[in-house]
Ligand binder design. Sequence first.
Ligand code: ATP
Ligand code: MG
Length: 139
Amino acid sequence: MNRTFSIIKPDATKRNITGSINKIIEDNNLVIIAQKRTKLTKEKAEGFYSIHKDKPFFNDLIEYMTSGPVIIQVLQGDNAVENYRKIMGATNPENAEKGTIRKEHALNIQENSVHGSDSEENAKIEINYFFEDSEIFNN
Ligand code: ATP
Ligand code: MG
């Protein structure tokens, strides 16, 4: 059992498809053990994506991630990090496999509906960036 951190991004909350995304998550044996609807501040989004601060798409990314509500989640299951990355599909939905969240729901390379941690180490950091231990409940 391990954990990963997920964000359902503003393009998905805007289109009212968070339930469809949660269904894909649950159908793939990940359990949502914490979940909160919130709106990222500029500071919080910049801190979260600081690894991309020198990329040409950084300012647009921050503007998009703060443009509407997001759902932040902790997911638990076998190989949660790897499993969720697989279920999400490629960053660019054009390259994502059929059945993945991004293939089914993402609009384009930026508005790609979900975030998932890319390593066990980052999952721990990202979970702690958004959640207190007291807000996470195992089955
Ligand atoms: P995430 O970190 O959100 O799970 P990812 O790991 O698949 O996505 P990253 O390379 O970490 O992809 O990029 C972070 C986010 O920045 C992407 O999910 C997307 O929203 C945006 N992004 C990435 N590349 C581009 C690009 N070339 N143009 C516009 N936006 C981009
Ligand atoms: Mg990433």
